[in-house]
Design a protein around this ligand. Structure first.
Ligand SMILES: [Zn+2]
Length: 91
């Protein structure tokens, strides 16, 4: 089991940045990436699911701010809570 909070893995950071860069003005979100901590992981049990929650996550309080399909076939969606990055969904 992982210990929380923990920093993002290189892979998570890479997915997050790639999805954010699909936005028109990603800078205010990109500026937050280095300050993010992972406070939890999705418990759905699907081995293909790599979704993680950040310290700004609040249940039921997120909007999708970016999403895309990546070259490796993964679907990535980024959520924010009041302008703060809150969740990275990797499916
Ligand atoms: Zn999941």
């Amino acid at each position: 089991m992982s210990e929380f909070p923990r920093p993002l893995t290189e892979k998570e950071k890479c997915y997050l940045v790639k999805a954010l860069q699909k936005r028109k003005r990603p800078q205010k979100y990109l500026d937050q990436v280095d300050g993010l901590q992972v406070v939890g992981e999705c418990g759905c049990g699907d081995p293909g699911c790599g979704s993680v929650y950040f310290q700004h996550y609040e249940r039921g309080n997120s909007e999708c701010i970016a999403h895309c399909f990546l070259e490796d076939g993964k679907y990535v969606a980024v959520f924010a809570n009041g302008g703060k990055l809150s969740e990275l969904e990797i499916i």
